[in-house]
Design a protein. Structure first.
Length: 396
């Protein structure tokens, strides 16, 4: 269940299906009221923050790529001479620092201030800063490794470097798919095995006969940070596992959790993961080819030292970012199609229509999700169907 930064914000999760709220009555409320002004305001502010951060990032890359990059490249050559690796590291550092200076205030306002203003966060300022620092460390290591691989192939791969890079992208995608739930995710959240054998057995029965092999069912401790709850099927091969947010486990009924899990099983049944990996590789191939085409035509004109000059890194990232932004509505449309397939599978597999409706009503209320977004907003930014649409799948 992939998603871009814009889509993840407005579907309220990169890997999730539902969130939760405390029930005020013994029986679930299955009808969702009209979107409140508060929810509309929250979603509008979140959207504005993401659009602003994206626009600033693209503008910064454009200024560096078309104006400042060649000048910086000349100065780096004076300092480091022919040592391309040092010039690459220096350029990457300057680029990363500049982006963070520009976008961190917006991220803080959107990810901390707004979440507290609308009573959606349990996170302290210290915790937010610490998580941000860990993100810099982990993201920096991964980013540097991928950047080094990219330029190694550019320097050594010849005219078809972009094809070799696309093949390496496939490898990176598969490796990260196995490592994220067991290595990276625990760096940010506490993960423990589910201590509810009854629920675990119910979920295993839902997976029976589908060919889905699970390493285990785990509790994802989210409540120290957020009031939102997530559920996901994560990992590849031997690391594939179910992750259930502790807030979901505490506030959703077993039947509602079954529906959530059945949705995740639907991704396996419909083979969405290999399809999304294939799409990712195709888009990466197109992106790297476009980078090759752009660099060969612009680096000399703009004053760079050559096609693979590390100073042209902002231009590389600008091309990839613009292509990703241009294609994101199509990717989101495909993701929404997959999500509808999984919703239908969850309904057919469990037959729990009331539990399905109750789960999505809780999602909309606790996450302050807009169940009725403007169609253009949904088309551009949502990688999950709007909640009202998902509720309609269960019938009247």
């Amino acid at each position: 269940m992939g998603a871009s930064r814009l889509a993840d914000t407005h579907s309220n999760s990169a890997v999730s299906l539902v969130s939760s709220m405390i029930m005020e009555h013994a029986s679930p409320v299955l009808e969702l009221e009209t979107t409140s002004p508060e929810v509309k305001c929250y979603q509008r502010q979140k959207l504005s923050a993401i659009v602003a951060a994206t626009a600033l990032g693209l503008a910064y890359l454009a200024v560096l790529g078309f104006v400042a990059g060649p000048l910086i490249g000349h100065e780096l050559t004076v300092i480091f001479g022919d040592r391309e690796w040092l010039r690459l590291l220096a350029m990457a550092g300057l680029l990363a620092i500049g982006l963070e200076v520009l976008t961190s205030p917006i991220d803080f306002w959107s990810g901390f201030i707004l979440e507290h203003r609308y009573q959606l966060s349990n996170q302290s300022l210290k915790s937010w800063i610490w998580k941000r620092l860990k993100g810099y460390l982990v993201g920096g290591i991964l980013g540097l490794a991928m950047l080094s691989g990219l330029y190694t192939i550019m320097w050594l791969g010849g005219e078809n470097w972009w094809l070799w890079t696309a093949g390496c992208w496939l490898l990176v995608t598969l490796v990260l798919g196995q490592l994220v739930p067991v290595v990276i995710l625990p760096l940010f959240y506490k993960v423990t095995r589910l201590e509810d054998p009854g629920l675990a057995e119910r979920l295993q029965k839902l997976a029976a006969g589908t060919g889905l092999t699970l390493e285990g069912v785990y509790r994802l401790h989210l409540s120290a940070e957020t009031k939102k709850a997530n559920a996901a099927l994560a990992g590849l091969g031997r690391t594939r596992r179910v992750l259930l947010g502790d807030t979901l486990l505490e506030q959703f009924t077993p039947e509602e959790i079954e529906v959530v899990f059945a949705h995740e099983v639907g991704h396996h049944v419909h083979r969405h993961l290999p399809k999304m990996v294939a799409v990712s590789v195709l888009l990466a191939t197109a992106g790297f080819w476009l980078v090759d085409w752009t660099l060969h035509r612009l680096t000399g004109v703009l004053g760079y030292a050559g096609f693979s000059d590390p100073a042209a890194l902002p231009l590389v990232l600008l091309v990839l970012s613009l292509l990703g932004l241009l294609l994101s509505p199509l990717q989101n449309a495909l993701s929404r199609f997959f999500e509808r397939q999984c919703d239908r599978y969850a309904l057919d597999r469990t037959g729990l229509r009331d539990a399905y409706r109750a789960a999505f009503v809780k999602l909309a209320r606790i996450n302050k999700s807009d169940p009725d977004p403007h169609p253009l907003v949904a088309w551009l930014f949502y990688d999950h169907p709007p909640i009202r649409e998902r509720l309609a799948m269960a019938g009247p």
